[in-house]
Ligand binder design. Structure first.
Ligand SMILES: [Zn+2]
Length: 205
C-alpha cells in the first residue's frame, strides 16, 4: 500500500514540476520569437499582412472574437502585439501556425491555403505600428521569406488581394514593407542558417 502511495505522490510531484516549468517557459519566452526550425512545413507561397483594426489585441483576444463569428480559432498564423495585451513587439504563433493549417484571413481561397497570415495589432488607419512591431515584422519577413523562398512580390497587404482598407493607411508599402523587404533581399539567405551555424564575421553591409 505504501509503495502505491509513494508512486502516487511522486506522480503528483512530477506533474507539478512540469506545470511550473511550462509556466516559466511562457513567462520567459523570448521576443520577438523566431520561427521553429523543427515545425512541420507547408509549401507557403505568400505572406499576407493585416492589422487588427483595434487598439487591444493578442492571439487570445482574436481567437475569442473570431470564434464568436463562427470561425475555428484565430484566423491568422502570426500575431504581433503592440503592448496592449502582450508586450510591445511580441510575436505570437497561433494554433493555425503550430499545426500548419489554412488561414481564414484573406477572403480568397488560394491565399488562405497558401498564404501566411500576419496580423499587426492596432488600428493602422489611425496611426502607425510601434517601432517594436516594425522591427518584429522585419525580422519575421526575413526569416519566412528565406525559409519558404517567398519572393518580395508575394509579400502582400490584405488590400492587395481583397476589397478592404486592411492593413490601414498608415501601413504604407513605401516605408515599413519596403524597408523590411530590402533588408530581406540583403540578408535572406543568412537569416535562417545563422541560427544553427553562427558566423564569427560581422555581416558586411
Ligand atoms: Zn486584413
Amino acid at each position: 500500500m505504501s509503495a502505491l502511495k509513494t508512486l502516487f505522490w511522486s506522480g503528483v510531484a512530477a506533474v507539478a514540476i512540469m506545470a511550473v516549468a511550462l509556466l516559466l517557459r511562457q513567462v520567459s519566452a523570448p521576443r520577438p520569437a523566431s520561427i521553429d526550425p523543427d515545425a512541420p512545413d507547408r509549401s507557403w507561397r505568400y505572406i499576407i499582412i493585416h492589422h487588427s483594426a483595434g487598439w487591444y489585441g493578442s492571439d487570445a483576444s482574436l481567437r475569442k472574437m473570431h470564434e464568436s463569428r463562427g470561425w475555428a480559432d484565430d484566423a491568422y498564423h502570426i500575431v504581433i502585439g503592440n503592448g496592449s495585451a502582450t508586450p510591445d513587439g511580441t510575436v505570437e504563433f497561433t494554433r493555425r501556425w503550430r499545426e500548419q493549417l489554412d488561414g481564414a484571413h484573406a477572403g480568397v481561397r488560394e491565399y488562405n491555403h497558401r498564404g501566411i497570415g500576419i496580423c499587426i495589432v492596432g488600428d493602422l488607419d489611425k496611426g502607425p505600428m510601434t517601432a517594436a512591431q516594425s522591427r518584429a515584422l522585419e525580422k519575421l519577413l526575413v526569416q519566412l521569406q528565406a525559409r519558404y523562398a517567398i519572393p518580395t512580390s508575394s509579400v502582400l497587404r490584405h488590400s492587395d488581394i481583397s476589397r478592404t482598407r486592411c492593413p490601414g493607411r498608415y501601413f504604407s508599402r513605401s516605408t515599413s514593407l519596403s524597408k523590411a523587404v530590402s533588408s530581406t533581399a540583403n540578408g535572406a539567405q543568412t537569416a535562417v542558417t545563422k541560427r544553427t551555424t553562427p558566423s564569427r564575421r560581422k555581416a558586411s553591409r
